[in-house]
Design a protein around this ligand. Structure first.
Ligand SMILES: *Cc1c(COP(=O)(O)O)cnc(C)c1O
Length: 353
């Protein structure tokens, strides 16, 4: 197997030689991928393939017109060595929504969940051990392929899943980081912001780079209609804590995060907090004691400050997560790694025989 490091040097790694504690959020070819093809109006039976490279037509709609969607979820190793998935059916449903939006044939929910189990089982040796903090990241893809030049949906599609062991997305872990409000939008008001599609990411590259060049972790996006309300933190959802309330934005151009949905439930039912989905005006930030970013890759990442033009809104601390953030993080990761009892139906164990 070849590990592709960020600086483009390559090293051979295997599950036996890999340093689990030293992983970044990078790509490793683990050797087993799940692939299914859509042709003549139906999906082929998916199977495990070994080549990381895929050969597709130069005229594929995914390449020219961005007809593609993706998902991101993780497999977690428990203390007893079980491999767990966290609410994978919600990823299946969200990918169906993305497919419908871009006129792609959806990969059925049950087949999607089964495929996740199958590809994780095939790569079981690559699930990082309990205690390393690392996880197996799972990346499903749906792309339009085939020979099409005109602007129209493809007739053929590829559904593909690869996995790769990853360390923490933000190296600092629970260390708070600074963000800056972008002048740009990642999505249009009634565009594809609520769908997990590549186009939203392509348009976030430049604003993200501008933020990083200024020394910030990433850009914060405002609502694209009025530019007065918080929408997204880079490629994660936003939450804030005001008094004993967990608040997160509601908008048709925000990606409906499964982590967000789970934290709303946990804040209310496990932490006994009030929860609210609604408008978060920039000016309101001065009343927030804590703020953070949430998503599968980032888990929960505390925000130290948000800079908007010549104003800086500061939260709990520059060095430590706030008390609510810490509790939410422990509750969520405890459920995912099997040390905290999961709400009914949230965890699926992968059978590895
Ligand atoms: C995937 C994603 C998230 C986080 O969603 P989760 O389901 O929690 O992983 C948030 N924002 C954007 C833009 C995303 O693409």
């Amino acid at each position: 197997m070849i590990l592709y490091r960020k600086d483009d040097t390559m090293t051979q790694v295997t599950p036996e030689t890999i340093k689990w504690d030293d992983l970044d959020f990078g790509y490793i070819d683990t050797g087993k991928k799940y692939r299914a093809y859509y042709k003549d109006g139906k999906w082929s039976k998916g199977q495990i393939e070994t080549n990381k490279d895929i050969t597709i037509s130069e005229a594929s709609t995914a390449l020219h017109y961005g007809q593609q969607a993706f998902e991101g979820l993780k497999a977690y190793k428990t203390k007893t060595g079980d491999i767990q998935l966290f609410r994978p059916e919600l990823n299946a449903r969200r990918m169906i929504d993305s497919a419908n939006k871009l006129l792609m044939p959806a990969y059925p929910e049950e087949d999607f969940v089964e495929a996740i189990h199958e590809v994780v089982k095939a790569n079981a040796a690559w699930v990082p051990p309990y205690g390393s903090g690392a996880t197996l990241y799972i990346r499903p893809l749906l792309i339009g392929i085939g020979d099409i030049v005109g602007v129209q949906p493809a007739k053929e599609y590829l559904f593909s899943i690869f996995v790769t062991p990853v360390g923490l997305y933000f190296k600092g872990g629970l260390k708070p980081s600074k963000f800056v409000v972008s002048d740009y939008d990642r999505a249009a008001p009634l565009g594809t912001g609520a769908n997990k599609v590549g186009g939203n990411y392509a348009s976030s590259y430049q604003p993200g780079k501008l933020a990083k060049d200024q020394g910030y972790s990433d850009a914060i996006y405002l609502d694209p209609t009025t530019h007065t309300k918080i929408e997204e933190v880079g490629s994660a959802n936003f939450y804030g804590i005001k008094n004993n309330t967990f608040i997160t934005p509601k908008s048709p151009s925000i990606l409906p995060s499964i982590t967000k949905r789970s934290l709303l439930w946990l804040a209310e039912n496990r932490l006994g907090m009030a929860v609210e989905e609604g408008d978060i005006y920039l000016d309101d930030l001065k009343h927030f004691s804590e703020a953070g970013a949430m998503g599968t890759a980032a888990v929960i990442s505390p925000i130290a400050s948000i800079t908007h033009q010549d104003r800086e809104y500061k939260f709990h601390s520059e060095t430590e997560p706030g008390p609510v953030t810490k509790k939410l993080y422990d509750e969520l990761t405890g459920i995912q790694f099997g040390t905290v009892e999961a709400p009914e139906g949230w965890i699926q164990v992968v059978k590895v025989d």
